[in-house]
Design a protein around this ligand. Sequence first.
Ligand SMILES: *Cc1c(COP(=O)(O)O)cnc(C)c1O
Length: 372
Amino acid sequence: MNETMTVPFISVKPNWKTLKNEILKALGEVVEKGDFILGEFVEDFEKRFAAYCGTRYALGVSSGTTALHLALLALGIGPGDEVITVSNTFIATAEAIHYVGARPIFVDIDRETYTIDCAKIRDRISERTKAILPVHLYGQVCEMDKLLEIAAEYDLKIIEDACQAHGAEYKGKKAGSFGDLACFSFYPTKNLGAIGEAGAILTNNEDLCKKIIMLRNHGQVQKDEHHLIGYNARMSGIQGAALTVKLDYLDRWNAQRRQVANQYNKFLDSFQKIATPVEADYRKHTYHLYVIQCPDGAQLKNRLAREGIDTRQHYPKPIHLQKAFSHLHHEEGSLPITEDVTKRVLSLPMHPGLPSEEIQYVSNAIRKHLSD
Ligand SMILES: *Cc1c(COP(=O)(O)O)cnc(C)c1O
């Protein structure tokens, strides 16, 4: 019998001494200058992040949820409107649609990539549909060519939920560069994480950019001039400064995540009882999460916990079956693939630099528990 190891799901502490020192130095500059809200450190990050993703503008906001909320507001989506999205995502995606008074229309997903099934979208488009909000789940970009084609055909807007897809690519273009607007979260556990709450909205459209600049700061166009009723949704200076430091590491960390995924694949691919992640054509998956499908995700999670392995399920209960959205009256069975996959998914420990011994230990434990 092997000795039990403890394998955490994720590690958000900067293990790299140099990174910690760089961040502390950057924070020192923010404190020195007292530039705490928006300001030069946020602007600097916005420029770099827009350049990294390949868009004209990036706007720092207070969280990924806020980014989604302001993106919908900027497009004028509101009561009576419908927004097409998926049910297997973090609840914030649907909450943001609810915040503006619109209705989320959930479309089923592709079983292999876990992203929206484009073949099922047309049936769900109505007179009220204003936008599609695809989620690049787990770090894999949706089938963007098809989405853009549908959006053009029905004159719909696209808002990308790229909160899990920093640096992910589709046909050589980065997540966040496809939609009218794209939303990112820098929650500390994301591939690019702040040291607190933060988010961003990307766009190439100058008018939308101007609108979001107002929306995030009380509708202000200049001091004491407010052209609309906005919000306090600003990014803070320390987050901008920390994100600028960490952005330089993003590609390296994503490459390490891909190496971890390759090692898991090597150990698990031949094992019939599970399905390892599929990196679809022309896509570069950045493995925000490494998700397998097995006969019973909750059961395997419990068994692995007894071996000291911390795993999660993303997401064990789809949004259309959550109590919070019971007013939409969705029935069980309405999204068969989403519901089936929900029972099977398990997210294995994943972070850049996850040691090989831990990957092997986790893989062996999975084989053992699914064999008996
Ligand atoms: C993290 C996340 C969000 C919300 O971001 P916050 O910064 O936590 O508000 C929204 N959508 C998805 C898919 C996410 O993973």
